[in-house]
Design a protein around this ligand. Structure first.
Ligand code: ATP
Ligand code: MG
Ligand code: FE
Length: 334
């Protein structure tokens, strides 16, 4: 089975070729145009996808050594994401499927983030829990099978990645700030400043209170000492990161206790965070978990995760029709 997958939900244009479950290529074009605006500008993202998609697909096929006439199916990200961005990938995938007269497979982006854990060994066994932490989502997903997932907890407001990026912005770091908070946190004291932990019932999350707490904390301290941030940058970043990570880990512990599942994975862009990775290893030792983290290039947006999800759908005979429409929001795992 040879699958070409296309991911274009946000600001990465990506294509991947998967042959019998093995990733042979995973090409990702990032869009730097958004940096000057401090966030992704949807219209500019769509235009960049249009420019990138042909060369990205071409490179993915060449690198894999697969000719398009050999393909068994074309997969694309159907939801969720920016609608203009999704349209570029879905129109391209449909045209190619029609021209080659092969099946089309629509993939849910958040299911794909979870299944990134199945690209390489070791793979989790079922059932397992996945904490998916990305720029737009924060979810705890119970996975009973590759296509059988249930969201058992999610954020009520900001996503974990947004919490990192918005905190970074308040601190004065450029966009996207998550990786920079991580970098400074490595040299800082995570216990130096205390930020409140929200009291949200069940397995859901909230990060908007933390943002407000950081805003007032910085205002108060800067009023007393204008050089407060520059003199304490590492400790501030370490303390903010520590709070975000403990909010995530405390709910994960709760989810594991409630479900009795001790196979735990993380996925999504924030799973690149070194504090979260270290915490997962530490909690795994403490609670006797087996844990899994996808390779870095499969944590942030990429088409290989779309391809592996499409492979399971192909085996299950779940195909999309040529009039399948992408959607900006779509429920998943209910
Ligand atoms: P979604 O999948 O929800 O649609 P997205 O695909 O845009 O959102 P990802 O690409 O998975 O999100 O992740 C991007 C987020 O990950 C950004 O918020 C970024 O700041 C954050 N991030 C990346 N690396 C790190 C890091 N080392 N520490 C903290 N945050 C990080
Ligand atoms: Mg992105
Ligand atoms: Fe994503």
């Amino acid at each position: 089975v040879k699958i070409l997958a296309i991911e274009s939900s946000c600001d990465e244009t990506s294509a991947s070729v998967l042959v019998d479950g093995m990733v042979l290529s995973n090409i990702i074009a990032n869009q730097s145009v958004h940096e000057q605006y401090g966030g992704v500008v949807p219209e500019l993202a769509s235009r960049a996808h249009q420019e990138n998609i042909v060369p990205v697909v071409d490179t993915a096929l060449k690198k894999a050594g697969v000719d398009m006439t050999e393909l068994s199916a074309i997969a694309f990200t159907q939801s969720p994401g920016l609608i203009g961005s999704l349209l570029v990938g879905s129109c391209f995938a449909k045209s190619m499927a029609m021209a080659l007269d092969i099946p089309l497979i629509g993939v849910h982006h958040m299911q794909a983030h979870v299944l990134a854990n199945f690209i390489e060994d070791p793979k989790p066994s079922f059932p397992f829990l996945c904490l998916t932490v990305s720029g737009g989502h924060t979810q705890i997903v119970q996975c009973n099978g590759p296509l059988d997932m249930k969201v058992i907890g999610e954020t009520m407001d900001d996503a974990a990645g947004e919490a990192f990026d918005k905190s970074a912005k308040l601190i004065g770091l450029p966009y996207p700030g998550g990786p920079l908070v991580d970098k400074h946190a490595k040299n800082g004291d995570p216990k130096r400043f205390k930020f409140p932990e929200p009291q949200i019932p069940g397995l859901n999350f909230s990060f908007s209170g933390l943002k407000t707490a950081i805003l007032y904390f910085l205002q108060d301290n800067k009023a007393k000492d204008p050089a407060f941030v520059e003199n304490n940058l590492d400790d501030i970043c370490a303390s903010v990161q520590h709070r975000i990570v403990t909010i995530l880990m405390n709910k994960l512990v709760k989810a594991s206790e409630e479900t009795g599942i001790r196979q735990i994975s993380i996925a999504g862009g924030v799973s690149a965070n070194s504090g979260l990775r270290a915490a997962l290893a530490e909690y795994a030792a403490k609670y006797d978990w087996q844990y899994y983290i996808p390779k870095f290039e499969y944590c942030t947006d990429n088409a290989a995760m779309i391809a592996i999800t499409a492979y399971y759908k192909y085996l299950a005979g779940e195909f999309a029709s040529l009039d399948a429409i992408p959607s900006a929001r779509a429920v998943f795992g209910e």
